[in-house]
Design a protein around this ligand. Structure first.
Ligand SMILES: [Zn+2]
Length: 236
């Protein structure tokens, strides 16, 4: 069983989603509108994560945050995401990002929810915020942060995900080599364009093959392990 632990299902048309049948889809949201669509996609079996993406925080109104928080509570959503902090692409909204992320962390702690987290160039701040909030389960997606921070992430029991970009992104490949194999899952972040690659859940199989090469292990062993890891993280 293949699992895409971080994809934006709300951006795909129904016909496209049908092509990913057989792959477990952990669906993150970007804002209030997409959170509603993600919730509706529960009907076709996606695992819903609701939240406001750091890139959308700048234009989000306080009432939108309140509504997403309310939906998570009322609909008993198992996962919060995509949420987090981003100093690389949107440093100008960092203070507001911190406020929004704190609100999601409080809710995660209160209800024991898992977080699907975005953290470009805010890696240490995110790990510190997760630790302080004392949340039990979190995925730091498409990790390209400092290798020495992986040790602390592992000690806290948090997971990182490996993206198909591992094929060409050197920094990410180094992460794949160094990561704790019991705390890693696969993701596509699809639909997304990365240096000529069109990332979609259909690339999860290829990503597992790449990890098998990096780790010098049989492919079926890697596939089984990544499934076990995802099942443990998301309580599938
Ligand atoms: Zn994403």
């Amino acid at each position: 069983m293949l699992v895409d632990s971080h994809c934006h299902c709300h951006e795909f048309k129904d016909e496209e989603l049908a092509e990913f049948r057989g792959i477990g889809l952990v669906a993150v949201s970007d804002d209030l509108q997409s959170s509603k669509r993600t919730l509706a996609l529960k009907a076709i079996g996606v695992y819903p994560c609701l939240g406001i993406h750091p890139w959308q925080v700048g234009k989000a109104k306080p009432e939108e945050l309140a509504e997403v928080l309310r939906m998570i509570e009322k609909e008993e959503v198992p996962c919060i995401g995509e949420v987090g902090l981003d100093k690389r692409f949107v440093p100008e909204t960092y203070e507001k990002q911190r406020e929004f992320f704190s609100a999601f962390l409080r809710l995660a702690k209160e209800y024991g929810l898992v977080l699907n987290v975005h953290a470009p160039d805010a890696w240490r701040d995110v790990v510190e915020a997760l630790r302080k909030a004392d949340v039990d389960r979190a995925l730091i997606h498409w990790y390209t942060g400092p290798l020495d921070l992986l040790e602390e992430i592992g000690a806290l029991g948090y997971y990182v995900s490996v993206n198909p970009a591992v094929k060409i992104q050197q920094k990410h490949r180094a992460v794949a080599e160094a990561v704790r194999r019991d705390l890693v899952v696969a993701e596509s972040d699809g639909p997304y364009e990365y240096r000529g690659m069109r990332l979609t859940p259909a690339m999860i199989g290829e990503t597992i093959g790449l990890l098998a090469e990096v780790w010098k292990e049989p492919r079926d062993v890697v596939e089984e392990r990544l499934y076990t890891n995802a099942a443990r993280l998301f309580r599938l």
